[in-house]
Design a protein around this ligand. Structure first.
Ligand code: GLC
Ligand code: MG
Length: 684
């Protein structure tokens, strides 16, 4: 075909349009039906001719629809098009299937509260910024880098609400205000903003059981304001002997105090200045919920709920049974003299906590803004009561209740005892739940003092290598010890009558440096409690620059636990426990590196023989020892030598797993396997 004829056809086809009125139509339109029909036929014929001609031309840009259709129906265009179409359909389906499989097979992401240890700051004692001898919020803000240096991302701060400080903040006068001793609301907001800037989470202490007797509600209640009269637990009593029943306070003596204004007794399970709220009153429950909203809206990342088992009391107010039925009733004065059948863990408690939890969860919906809840309840041998705070598989309660059992470690330092305490939690914890470990807090003597300084590093090693969230009370990362307190120095009301019950020894100022007041207060020579005399050798600054220090070892182990999957996700298996040594391992299916921990909690040097453990290689190399001289040392597995207080982290490589052969010795919260070739985790 010549170029000319090409052009002509091109012209014709661009001009030709089925809706166009021809010139010989005279522009008059189609007046008669017959002429219109013959026109159509004519057009059809000429169109057929044209199409024939078109079919001779190669497709080109701008071709009209008819030409396009003509070509596109040819096999050589249609077939690839259909192949492409089905390919896209198949790929899309495959992608959807892969996505679903990945979602189904992926283990859930870990929460921030599972990855980082929780560090407890006692604000009076952490850092004093204004020189009045008492720590404050600005002080905490000055020290945030300390947490980052230790790779700690969650900080629980004991109460800093407005308070008359009878129980150092656990007696709250106004839950919506900051005590001037600690700063003001602006200081709090600055602290929170700075913490969030640095990727740190702030956990508030929250006290639902009681308020201060200076709280506005209490004043309105004792004057019988119609709305507030039932905000606390009131009952008639004899002013001369104000004991409507035999209930006792945790701090000793009757838990009832006569109020002259209302002329009735009110209940206080702690100090008389800490009246118990009446949480059977729905208005009070709503007040608590509103308060949690107040702080959640400010952006706090969670709560530590104080003394939760005391929240409800039996309405009948009957006497509690005596532990020793023969004890004269007037001698019943301490917590230990009664079975607390009517003052703790009452029916309805968990429903209430679950309600608080559900309210909190409404603030957890944005990505990265999960709000965490931990409950405080000492249930001693009745561990099943503690476990209830985990909630059920269907209804969430706390993320975990504090596990206080390791606080008993100093009672009997041995490998066997350490295992007993660990197993007490592990064997009672509901399946799939997340463990946690506490080795100190503001209510208990420092473990470094009660267990002995030589065990400090070993205890931190255990804390950071067990499965679950470790809790560190300020100063434990440098091995701080109790201070000695004389009767005249007592600050804690719990120690006013009996110095041995004082909690002051574990509340001494944080030891930052060798400077004045251990760097706690650099402005004046005031500290609300004496600084421990060992501060010149035990302090953060010194230990930061010493690779073998308690602090450096803490930091190393915490880094390891957060970077190595077997510690965060893996199995935990007991290997051995005897008079001296507690040994366990951490392993993950599909992950070549596994870890054996050997800790000597005993009194003597010992040689541990693990030759019976077939899953372990013959030679074991120490990754880290609490005694630096033994780092990298290689032991035969039949002869692992440790000194008292020495702990070893041994890393070994094998795909042989221990847990399938010893299911009764092993725990895992959520099974996960590692696919080493692609470096991903999946549910297995
Ligand atoms: C909790 C606190 C403790 C306080 C008590 C009363 O047990 O940890 O310090 O005294 O509650 O609020
Ligand atoms: Mg109560």
């Amino acid at each position: 075909m010549s170029i000319n004829s090409d052009r002509r056809i091109e012209m014709e086809e661009t001009i030709w349009n089925p809706g166009y009125k021809d010139a010989d139509d005279g522009g008059s339109g189609r007046s008669a039906a017959s002429s219109s029909r013959s026109d159509t036929e004519e057009r059809r014929d000429s169109r057929a001719v044209k199409l024939d001609q078109y079919a001779q031309i190669k497709p080109y840009a701008g071709m009209p629809k008819e030409v396009l259709l003509l070509h596109s129906s040819k096999a050589r265009y249609r077939v690839p098009r259909e192949i492409l179409f089905w390919l896209i359909v198949c790929c899309t389906l495959a992608l959807v299937a892969v996505t679903i499989t990945i979602i189904v097979l992926s283990p859930p992401c870990m929460g921030w509260w599972q990855i980082t240890p929780v560090y407890q700051v006692y604000p009076r004692s952490f850092k004093d910024s204004d020189g009045d001898g008492v720590g404050d919020l600005k002080g905490i803000k000055e020290k945030l880098d300390h947490f980052l240096n230790l790779n700690i991302k969650a900080v629980w701060i004991s109460p800093f609400y407005r308070s008359p400080m009878k129980d150092f903040g656990y007696d709250v006068e106004d839950f919506r205000d900051i005590d001037p001793l600690f700063g003001n609301m602006q200081d709090f907001e600055d602290l929170l903003a700075e913490m969030h800037n640095k990727g740190l989470k702030l956990i508030m202490d929250f006290i639902p059981n009681h308020t201060s007797d200076r709280h506005r509600w209490f004043n309105l209640s004792r004057t019988r304001d119609p709305h507030y009269k039932d905000y606390y637990v009131w009952t008639d009593c004899n002013p001369a002997n104000p004991k409507p029943n035999n209930w006792v306070s945790i701090f000793g003596n009757s838990s009832w105090t006569y109020d002259k204004v209302r002329k009735q007794c009110y209940l206080h399970q702690f100090l008389s200045e800490q009246p118990d709220l009446n949480l059977r009153n729905p208005d009070v429950v709503q007040e608590i919920i509103d308060l949690t909203h107040f702080w959640l809206e400010k952006g706090v990342d969670g709560f530590r709920m104080d003394a939760v088992k005391h929240m409800l009391e039996a309405a009948h107010l009957r006497d509690e049974p005596q532990v020793d039925p023969d004890m004269p009733p007037e001698l019943v004065t301490t917590e230990w003299d009664l079975y607390h059948d009517y003052t703790t863990s009452q029916v309805g408690l968990h429903d209430m906590l679950r309600k608080f939890r559900a309210e909190m969860d409404t603030y957890s919906r944005e990505p990265g803004r999960y709000r965490f809840l931990v409950t405080e309840s000492y249930d001693y041998q009745e561990v099943e009561k503690t476990m209830m705070y985990y909630g059920t598989p269907l209804v969430k309660e706390s993320d975990f209740p504090f596990n206080f059992y390791l606080l008993d470690l100093p009672q009997n330092a041995s490998g066997w005892w350490a295992k007993q305490l660990v197993d007490f939690w592990m064997s009672n914890m509901p399946k799939g739940k997340w463990p946690n470990w506490v080795v100190g807090n503001h209510d208990r003597p420092r473990i470094g003092s009660s267990a002995g300084q030589i065990y400090v590093r070993a205890i931190n090693m255990m804390l950071l290598t067990l499965p679950g969230t470790p809790t560190t009370y300020y100063g434990e990362e440098i091995g701080m010890e109790n201070i000695n307190i004389t009767q005249s120095q007592v600050q804690d009301p719990a120690g006013k009558y009996n110095v041995s019950l004082s909690r002051d020894p574990e509340r001494s100022p944080m030891q930052w440096s060798s400077e004045m007041n251990a760097g706690f207060n650099t402005k004046s020579n005031l500290t609300w409690l004496p600084v421990h005399p060992d501060y010149q050798s035990v302090n953060v600054e010194l230990q930061m620059n010493d690779e073998g220090s308690v602090l450096s070892q803490y930091s190393f182990l915490n880094g390891l636990r957060q970077s190595e999957l077997p510690f965060l996700r893996g199995w935990f298996c007991y290997v051995l426990a005897d008079n001296n040594v507690f040994s366990y391992l951490r392993e993950l299916d599909g992950h070549k590196e596994a870890y054996l921990i050997v800790i000597n909690f005993g009194k003597g040097s010992t040689t541990t023989d693990l030759s019976a453990i077939q899953e372990l290689p013959e030679q074991l190399q120490v990754l880290m020892s609490t005694n630096r001289a033994n780092d990298n040392k290689v032991f035969q597995k039949s002869q692992i030598v440790t000194e008292p207080g020495e702990g070893l982290v041994i890393r070994y490589s094998t795909y042989t797993r221990f847990h399938p052969n010893h299911p009764a010795e092993c725990y895992v919260s959520e099974k996960a396997c590692y696919l080493e070739t692609v470096g991903i985790l999946y549910k297995c």
